[in-house]
Design a protein around this ligand. Structure first.
Ligand code: GLA
Length: 730
């Protein structure tokens, strides 16, 4: 049983294959976080919570004579506010009488087989896995607020998901000013926090920092999860490496304003609180109203960063993304964006598709510029009807022509946006998020639609459905090309304006859900100026997300590696683009661009009609290679193989089959050097005493030799050479 409640000890034990999580209700109803780590063999870990009287850390009234037990230092499951825990609060309230205090105590609990859905929000899917859910209801009796803490234990996946449902059980209004999804108090340890920061064209760069007694905040208030700070943090042993050390992960399954706070307190404990960013958030709970937070995906491993990544990769590809993509091969695509930008005709697209189909490409994706008046990025967003001047015969003709080539057809949309210069804005200026008394802040000359308004959602559903009904379209690239400002909905009363940011995200999720229900074979690729909305919330709807607008293979090494800490390669949209690269001007060999793009969903984004015959022949081979390794790349365990020093010169990463039958090692040299040091690659994830043949050679080595001795390579000369080595168990 994954969840056990021991009535006599008031102890909950949540067990996965390799971890245990303990919760204990104390004598005054505080819900104490007892432990999260390796299995304890049924030991109540509360013996670790020592009674220490700390100055200026007060005591709840019932504990006034028990000064060693202050909520300011006790590890808890969900902190209240205003009653003596000065660390990060999990909740913020304003009660009818203006009081801002909340003292949450145990009320009841329930253990449920399986996992309930979260209304309106994406959540990790239980399918038929071994999943059990614990719901602990906390209550503040004075203001009549319940916080129901949901813990779903994915036993075989070493994951615990969490979310919170707030219920107003009073007969008066309560305003929620903060509503965290999950809190984790880790009592001991010397920790580093790792988060993934970046910018447009350089997303998710690992940033690792030793924790000191302060608060670290990873957040976004851009209305999207953002290029700048991904909603995923790791807490790891100060000495943790890829293969060693305690690691905790906290990932928020949310695509809007998020906040993950990490605090090390006076006593050396560490608290993580994750949830919706409270800036620009307040939610009015009328009597008996409920509010559900987004879900957080939590994991623990004693075995280093690599194992933590594997846990997240497994849960995301099998339980966050639609699991059907574990069986359906997704097409190798070609996208016209970097080939033509806005300057194309139907004939040009057909030409590209024709050449690409001869090379083995399976889908043509028509990017921005096919609709309304859209010859540059200043107009047309919102007018989702085809521009027949540009595309004679419309999308029907184009998709038919592409179909005749044996290819699928995909189309770009940016549904949540609107240009001032569009028919939609002229007809419905009130559908844009605009503060009534200000000029809107512009970005790419566009504004953001009010997705909290059901009429906007209906309009988009109808427009997109019409396009999907009229032509043969199997894929949508769903873009989002600016951060949100002027968050004000003309559709909501003044007092509800604090709800708009979250209602926006709910509107987007609802639209995605409706479209996927209506078109079950449609595949949606997420995008936001590349990877500005690369998060588990979007992955619930989109099995892949365009990882970055930076298509330079060498920069992509860093971007894709950073992404790999939390997200599997099967979700990483990655294309071979032109050389010199359009973002950096760097020239790289076609082979290297192929190796890097293959560590993703793989496709092309260049004008193949302009390629030489030699290059075309190489592309043909690349596609064959990718198809040969497709399932290995999609389903295997991913290993980052180089240390920090080696990474200055080269990167190497590996896909090892879960049954250890084969492994594909990829190497790209970033810096060519004269008289260079030998590069030794130590493989991982092999069977020690099995023999492996390096394909294309007579080299046969044991798994142990390859893992502990390594494989020495002397790679070709020139700029940015690369290699792929395929080892097959004999
Ligand atoms: C974003 C995307 C690009 C492309 C452009 C079109 O930047 O990330 O791939 O679709 O929009 O405007």
């Amino acid at each position: 049983m994954a969840i056990i409640f021991d009535e006599s000890r008031k102890l909950f034990r949540l067990s996965t294959t390799n971890s245990e999580y303990q919760i204990k209700v104390d004598d005054i109803g505080l819900v104490i976080h007892n432990y999260y780590g390796r299995s304890t063999c049924d030991t109540d870990m509360s013996y670790q919570i020592l009674s220490v009287d700390r100055g200026f850390s007060g005591n709840l009234f019932e504990n006034r004579d028990n000064r060693g037990r202050s909520i300011d230092v006790l590890p808890q499951e969900f902190s209240g506010c205003g009653v003596g825990d000065y660390r990060i609060s999990s909740v913020g309230v304003v009660a009818k009488n203006g009081s801002r205090s909340c003292d949450l105590r145990y009320k009841s609990h329930e253990i449920i087989d399986g996992k309930p859905e979260i209304p309106g929000l994406p959540s990790v899917r239980p399918y038929d896995d071994d999943v059990t859910t614990l719901v602990i209801t906390l209550e503040d009796k004075v203001i009549g607020l319940e916080a129901q803490l949901f813990y779903s234990v994915f036993a075989d996946k070493d994951v615990i998901t969490r979310h919170t449902r707030f219920v107003n059980v009073s007969d008066k209004k309560i305003h929620l000013e903060k509503a965290a999804s999950a809190m984790l108090d880790v009592q001991f340890g010397s920790w580093d926090e790792i988060h993934f920061a970046g910018r447009h064209c350089m997303e998710r760069q690992m940033s690792r920092n030793k924790l000191t007694q302060d608060i670290k905040v990873i957040s976004s208030k851009r209305g999207m999860s953002s290029h700048h700070e991904n909603p995923f943090v790791i807490l790891c042993d100060h000495g943790a490496t890829e293969t060693y050390g305690d690691c905790y992960g906290m990932m928020l399954m949310y695509s809007g304003n998020h906040k993950i706070e990490i605090e090390q307190d006076q006593a050396g404990s560490t608290r993580i609180v994750a949830g919706i960013n409270e800036e620009n958030f307040s939610w009015c709970l009328e009597a008996s109203d409920a509010f559900d937070t987004p879900e957080a995906i939590m994991a623990y491993t004693p075995s280093g960063l690599e194992q933590l990544s594997h846990i997240y990769h497994n849960i995301i590809r099998e339980n966050v993304c639609d699991r059907k993509y574990m069986e359906i091969k997704r097409p190798v695509l070609i996208n016209n964006w970097e080939a033509t930008y806005f300057d194309f005709t139907a004939e040009k697209i057909i030409d590209i598709a024709k050449t690409a189909s001869e090379l083995g490409v399976e889908m043509m994706v028509l990017d921005d510029g096919w609709f309304g008046k859209r010859d540059d990025d200043n107009s047309g967003l919102g007018d989702w009807f085809v521009n027949e001047k540009k595309l004679e015969g419309g999308l029907k003709r184009l998709s038919d022509e592409i179909g005749k080539l044996g290819m699928k057809f995909g189309l770009w949309f940016e549904p949540e946006m609107i240009n001032e210069d569009s028919n939609l804005f002229r007809e419905h200026p009130d559908w844009a998020l605009v503060d009534p008394d200000r000029h809107p802040t512009m970005a790419r000359n566009q504004m953001v639609l009010d997705m909290s308004n059901p009429k906007v959602e209906d309009y988009l559903f109808n427009c997109i459905s019409k396009i999907l009904d009229d032509a043969n379209i199997s894929y949508i690239k769903w873009d989002f090309n600016r951060s949100i400002t002027n968050v004000y909905s003309k559709n909501l009363p003044n007092k509800k304006q604090g709800e708009v940011s979250h209602r926006f995200v709910l509107g987007t999720y609802s639209l995605l859900e409706r479209l996927l229900n209506a078109y079950p074979n449609l595949m949606i690729e997420g995008c936001s100026g590349g990877g500005g909305r690369f998060d588990a919330g979007m992955l619930y709807y989109c099995p892949q997300i365009w990882c970055s607008d930076d298509t330079d293979a060498i920069e992509r090494l860093e971007i894709q590696e950073g992404t790999s800490f939390g997200y599997p390669v099967s979700t990483v949209g990655s294309h071979v683009s032109a050389s010199p690269n359009h973002q950096t001007g760097r020239s790289t060999p076609l082979a290297t661009r192929g190796v890097v793009a293959m560590s993703g969903t793989f496709g092309y984004e260049l004008d193949v009609t302009k390629m030489s015959e030699e290059e075309k022949a190489e592309v043909k081979e690349q596609i064959k290679t990718f198809n040969k390794y497709y399932w290995l790349i999609q389903k295997s365990d991913y290993y980052r193989l180089v240390n920090e020093e080696q990474a200055e010169v080269y990167k190497a990463w590996e896909f090892a089959a879960k049954d250890k039958s084969e492994a594909l090692v990829n190497i790209v040299v970033k810096k060519s050097q004269a008289n260079a040091k030998i590069k030794i690659i130590k493989l991982r994830g092999l069977e020690e005493d099995a023999m492996y043949l390096l394909e294309g050679t007579d080299n046969m080595m044991s798994g142990a030799a390859l893992m502990y001795g390594g494989f020495a390579i002397n790679i070709a000369m020139g700029d940015y050479p690369s290699a792929q080595l395929h080892f097959v168990r004999q």
